[in-house]
Ligand binder design. Structure first.
Ligand code: FES
Length: 125
């Protein structure tokens, strides 16, 4: 086992975006059937367009985040501890701007920082 924390910190890492692309063979909703791959691609494109893809912002597909919905994909962003469900590809630019700023100039917020403005609260339905 190798502890590579320092290496990642030295690379300029600020944020980790996890996009659920989980598929399941059952009647329960899964993000693979709710735009998971397209949302992942939209996040990657947004980060690439601003020159922050992978370093400083890492992006990863993940299995279930516990926010399953048939209406869109789940996203978690750490270490700021933000959690979204029902994300469609069309939602990605607004979500990313709210979290990271228009030009990705608000990277590296912590969990105690103010929540972003401009993104609907998915729990307010
Ligand atoms: S399948 Fe994506 S959050 Fe559960």
């Amino acid at each position: 086992m190798r502890d590579r924390t320092r290496e990642i910190e030295d690379s300029g890492f600020t944020d980790h975006v996890l996009v659920c692309t989980n598929a399941r063979d059952s009647d329960y909703a899964a993000c693979a059937d709710a735009h998971g791959d397209a949302v992942y691609d939209a996040v990657a494109d947004w980060l690439r367009d601003r020159g922050v893809f992978w370093s400083p912002v890492q992006l990863a597909e993940t299995t279930c985040l516990g926010l399953c919905s048939a209406d869109g994909t789940a996203i978690a962003i750490h270490p700021r501890s933000r959690w979204y469900s029902d994300v469609t590809p069309e939602d990605v630019p607004e979500l990313m701007r709210a979290e990271f700023g228009h030009d990705a100039d608000e990277l590296g917020l912590g969990p105690d920082d103010e929540p972003p403005l401009g993104v609907d609260d998915a729990t307010a339905d």
